[in-house]
Design a protein around this ligand. Sequence first.
Ligand code: NAD
Length: 479
Amino acid sequence: MGDLPHLVLVGFMGAGKTTAGRELARLLERRLVDADQELERRLGRSIPAIFAEEGEEWFRAREAEVVADLLADPEPRVLALGGGAVLTPQTRKLLRASPARVAFLDVPVEECWRRVRGSSRPLARDEAGFRALHAGRLPLYREVADLTSVGADGVLLELGDVVAERGATRALDALVPGDGPVALIADERVLELHPPELGDRLVATHTVPSGEAAKTLEVVGRLWDELTLDRSGTIVALGGGTATDVAGFVAATYLRGLRAWVPVPTTIVGQVDAAIGGKTGIDLAKGKNLVGAFNLPARVVADPDVLATLPPAQRLEGMAEVVKTGLLRGDRLWDREDEPMVRGCAAYKVAICLTDPREQGRRAVLNLGHTFAHGLEAGGGYHGPTHGQAVALGLRAALRLSIRHRGLAPSVLEEVERVLPVEPAHVDPDVAWRAMALDKKAKAGRLRLVLLDAPGKPVHGIELPPDEVRAELDRLVAR
Ligand code: NAD
């Protein structure tokens, strides 16, 4: 997930290019330019008027000029093209030659017709003609497309090489890119519950202990010793965030880095967060996640069906991250069924990582509630509140500060308290406070917080009076 050039949306009338374009532009923090609107602006007339007065041929020639200008703009944008823009051979050639990523929104023609019938669009007057036009254009969309999907989430998941679909683990053999040998590194418990189908490519299976015990140098050393892959091999990692963290680190370091690794996250935490974005690592005695590497997976395969076997406590752990993501995105993702919930959260994380792959800027927003959470975990000697419970508490503190300093509506906090019920933590507040100041995200000992102006509008790097932050921490601690 490196620098993303122009993202171009193509597709038929009614495929939702403008709606998806708006959401993609918002999440990727770039401008949406609609080529039709740009053409209308330049010519000072509406598209139906241009069609009526000048004819289609003249319209297509002007449209091609606009598309060429937009593609030449050095500032990366989301560009939504008119449904017929791909009819012009010059435009197709430009799209294929350009570094832009072209996404084809492949919505069934019935749905497109339902959305546009009765509109003023000159080419949407009768259904038979509409269908014929669609059939004729389909191969042209496919010719220029780098990826094919539906909606903003689908496009983001494709851009991030994330497959998030029910039943995906049963089709794993086909979903692991390439055709070289595969070594499976699996959480021993998950391997029993959800043995993956990897076909003839599977050369060895290595298990790791369930839970945080997997993220040790000892386990890494054993895996380095056991692996027999050459550099062209692929590691497939099956399990929660602990298994994917350790396997990704092994993939980054064994033989100075294997060609590819594919996490197959099996917890909510893994599917919405840990497996996406390329952060891998292990723990040291002096703290969690202190050694690691950025190692982008070749693909992430998340199967929401496997979440059915998650113990309820582990599901709650994941819901804390889902609520955090929903608040950041401005969408009640926690109210969705598993598959759309996972897709919505994963798509948001992809957008953040695409715009800040090395965690130097806006990726900091993912720490909403986490500064307090890390303090609480330390304050309990890592045997007190779980990470999810600590995040549920930390979100409360971040939201209270947001209400006071950023004008956030109090109803947001009430909703979070309802969705993530949690008791105050039995921890040492002084230890928690010291750990907060040492948090990786503190700068020169000064705490920098992520707050919310509103759902969907996070701000990061906010410094507040230490006494006030400490008072909020104390409210999270049981007396
Ligand atoms: P986990 O990997 O320890 O899994 C939790 C438990 O659930 C384990 O006992 C596991 O065996 C079991 N389990 C997993 N899938 C199951 C399934 N489908 N059915 C039944 N049981 C199942 O915990 P986690 O919450 O997934 O991950 C936490 C780890 O993720 C932490 O180490 C954290 O540091 C890391 N993390 C990493 C990132 C990142 O960006 N790399 C982000 C967030 C968290």
